[in-house]
Design a binder for this molecule. Structure first.
Ligand SMILES: [Zn+2]
Length: 269
């Protein structure tokens, strides 16, 4: 249809071939789907435009070669919108930061698909999400510096669910504002939010004290700082995992595929 519109320079000229540059930005690769024999559809978390789906010409060849299209690899990219097409087009993809090291380490490899699937599930498309972008960079940096994968996973989940509005606020009662560190707390999926027993409706889910204490730490501190202080013993991490799983499942009505796999793997340890 636009046979003379292959080149990047051509397409850059606004209006030509009906392709208009949306933005040049950096992005994390969240998902790669085959689109045709040669092309792929990328799901990207962009720094400036949130989650965007875009077609990449010749992407299957680049995917097979590896590295560039690894999940959570950070790339720079220019996105174009074509008239009459709801799928943007990605061009000029360049590597910024590879996730290859994390993908090739046994203890972090399974986390990448989970983080990527969580982002594409909980962030709405085409809504700017600068905090989520910074969260991903922060989490990947901490993992590379040796932060424990289980603490990292809970930190990521707690912040993503907050950004998605499913577990807002800190550890104060959403009903009366009192500090929940003592006296019993529940998760109210209708709000959604944490409430004290005194403000909880009958269907609210009990939350363990250990989960709340770790959540308070996660809300207050950076991940690298928590890792350095060795915050989060095994029972607290399990308790917080239970709360976050409940929040996620109440909202989705099911579990993420990559989480089920993660769970299977860690179930034996
Ligand atoms: Zn209350």
């Amino acid at each position: 249809m636009h046979g003379n519109c292959q080149g990047r320079e051509d397409a850059r000229r606004e209006g030509e071939c009906g392709a208009v540059a949306l933005l040049s930005t950096t992005a994390f690769i969240l998902r790669v789907d085959a689109l045709s024999e040669k092309d792929v559809a990328l799901t990207l978390l962009t720094r400036d435009g949130g989650v965007v789906r875009a077609a990449l010409r010749g992407g299957r060849r680049r995917f097979r070669r590896g590295a560039l299209l690894e999940l959570l690899t950070e790339v720079s990219v220019t996105l174009f919108q074509k008239e009459g097409s709801d799928l943007a087009r990605a061009d000029g993809l360049e590597l910024v930061r590879s996730a290859f090291d994390l993908a090739s380490r046994a203890e972090t490899a399974m986390l990448l698909p989970y983080v990527a699937e969580s982002l594409s599930t909980f962030l709405p498309e085409a809504e700017t999400a600068p905090e989520a972008y910074r969260l991903v960079r922060h989490v990947l940096d901490a993992l590379e510096a040796g932060a424990p994968p289980d603490l990292t996973t809970r930190y990521f989940e707690a912040w993503l669910l907050r950004l998605a509005g499913l577990l807002p606020g800190g550890t104060e009662c959403a009903g009366c504002g009192r500090d929940l560190s003592s006296g019993g707390a529940r998760f109210d999926p209708e709000l959604p939010g944490l409430v004290g027993n005194e403000c909880a409706p009958s269907g609210a889910v009990p939350v363990a004290g250990a989960a709340l204490r770790l959540l308070a730490d996660v809300r207050r501190s950076r991940l690298d700082d928590l890792a350095r202080r060795e915050v989060g013993d095994a029972p607290s991490l399990r308790a917080l995992e239970g709360l976050l799983r409940e929040v996620r499942r109440r909202f989705l009505g099911h579990e993420l595929k990559s989480y089920r796999f993660l769970e299977t793997l860690s179930g034996g340890s």
